[in-house]
Design a protein around this ligand. Structure first.
Ligand SMILES: [Fe+2]
Length: 161
């Protein structure tokens, strides 16, 4: 995770916004920005290399909640949410798409309109750091496992030197 973060910083100019940690796993997610939005990319620790989730930004709370409800009514498997993260201050509803990929509806992601930002590390064992509202179930092993994607069999592997 540290090497991937460093690569995005060095070669693509991304900046580090915040990180998540847990008492068992240590640092487990880095939020990275390439403009004043809190993050456009996050690098997460997982059991194998894959996309973790893709997020779709809604135009405000009403659209976000209506979208969440519409997907729920359609009987799509909801993994986690609705809630509002502390890091990034954005709302979240996670679903599994028909291929088993995790998709997120979100809105109101924080904008960092300052060059004086100092990254924080938030311990996700505190439920308030996962979800400010308290509407989402606490993150659990089960939820974490459900949102892991299949291994990326097409991932680039450099040839031995
Ligand atoms: Fe997300």
């Amino acid at each position: 995770m540290a090497a991937t973060k460093a690569w995005y910083e060095t070669h693509l100019g991304f900046k580090h916004s915040d990180s998540l940690s847990s008492p068992h796993m240590g640092e487990m997610m880095h939020f990275m920005r390439c403009n004043d939005w809190h993050h456009s990319l996050a690098i997460a620790r997982g059991p194998h290399t894959s996309v973790h989730h893709v997020s779709f930004e809604m135009r405000g709370l009403d659209e976000y909640m209506r979208g969440t409800g519409r997907v729920m009514r359609a009987g799509i498997k909801k993994v986690w949410g609705p809630g509002r993260h502390l890091a990034g201050n954005n709302t979240f509803s996670y679903f599994l798409d028909p291929s088993g990929n995790t998709m997120e509806y979100t809105t109101e992601l924080e904008r960092l309109e300052t060059d004086e930002w100092h990254p924080s590390v938030y311990d996700i064992s505190d439920p308030k750091n996962q979800d400010q509202w308290g509407t989402a179930d606490p993150m659990s092993e089960l939820i974490a496992r459900e949102s892991f994607n299949d291994p990326d069999h097409g991932v680039f592997v450099p040839p031995p030197v």
